[in-house]
Design a protein around this ligand. Sequence first.
Ligand SMILES: Cc1cc2nc3c(=O)[nH]c(=O)nc-3n(C[C@H](O)[C@H](O)[C@H](O)COP(=O)(O)OP(=O)(O)OC[C@H]3O[C@@H](n4cnc5c(N)ncnc54)[C@H](O)[C@@H]3O)c2cc1C
Length: 390
Amino acid sequence: MTAGALHYLIVGGGLAGSLISLALGERARARVTLIERDGVLGGNHTWSFHDGDIERTDQEWLGDLVSCRWPRYRVEFPSGGRTIDSGYATIESSAFAPLIRARLLACGVSLLVDTAVTEVSATEIRLADGAVITGDVVIDARGPAVHAVSGRGGYQKFVGLELELSAEGPWDVPLLMDGLVPQEGGYRFIYVLPFSRTRVLIEDTVYADDPSLDGAASERAIDAYARSAGAQVARVLRRETGVLPLPAAADAPPASSFGRPLAVGYRGGFFHPVTGYSLPLAVRTARALAGVRTAAQAHAAVEALAATLEPQRRFGHLLNRLTFEALPPAARRGAFERFYRLPAPVIARFYASRSTVADRARILLGRPPAGISWRGLLSMCLPRSQQELS
Ligand SMILES: Cc1cc2nc3c(=O)[nH]c(=O)nc-3n(C[C@H](O)[C@H](O)[C@H](O)COP(=O)(O)OP(=O)(O)OC[C@H]3O[C@@H](n4cnc5c(N)ncnc54)[C@H](O)[C@@H]3O)c2cc1C
């Protein structure tokens, strides 16, 4: 830590708060206090990303926090499957927690776990026991406000089981969407991550209008899916659930975040509106903050990143409006099926929140082989659509 360095108070030691603390501690040598409500950092998650989502230098910086990598992934739809030769990788929170804790302590970050924060302001936080801590910049990384969805968007709901298999299973690369499963409750698909031939995460996922989860039904569906694929399930190692709001609109950001806590991660809107992924944007935020020297620069850096992402966000909101308002649940799968027929670089840039104007036009208006035409839907419900492409 540098004498006279800014003191950051980071509230929430989940994905974004932990990575930003690490970047500030390791790269900027700043003074950092990270405050987490739970006993461990990171919670119970599996955070994945596409190779193109995170720049090479940042992937090197993440290092062994990334626990699994695959050279390609697959999708399955009624019209056929596709293998996409683009890398995919995962951070498992169970491995992340001890590794990041050790790196944070090594670079002098002060960790307060089992400590809930009740109030945050621009330079001060209040803990549940009434204590007040003052710093130069307060970063609010308290995660998604579950069940809050702006506009008439929807939800991506997951129930995941990490399974130990008693013999080698059939998967060797991730199956990001198996859309061949019965379409109940929205666009439903199964997501499979084979950490090894005998350890696999299977998630039942739905793009749905409502946030309610039926965990028992999803677990039955996962079990039946694994067995029908020929996997011999020995035991359930871990369960994971989530309900991610996928907004169709967002409040206009304040003219300046200065004078308020700096919201990052899901809390600050730094997630992909369609996929719900936030890991790539947490890494970009961490890098942006690592280069600043004053509180004003910290706010300006995060605002600049938000401004860069704004066209991508508006495009994502438009797609969510189309998915959740214009398409009946039974027709949603066709939109994803068509998306996965696009050229691999267009898909990769979409995931990376780096779609070009041409990509966005292609995603919306390209030839619709599956009979789902966004063009017709656009003219029905979105007169501002062309504006949102720019
Ligand atoms: C099941 C699931 C799977 C996902 N998979 C992916 C994926 O593959 N790839 C991807 O990029 N994204 C994924 N996401 C989305 C997103 O990346 C995660 O939700 C991610 O954890 C969000 O990061 P965050 O730091 O904003 O919030 P979180 O990781 O939720 O962290 C918030 C932290 O703040 C703490 N906290 C909350 N309130 C307080 C308080 N008052 N005081 C102190 N601490 C507090 C919480 O305990 C928590 O540790 C997934 C989400 C879910 C739910």
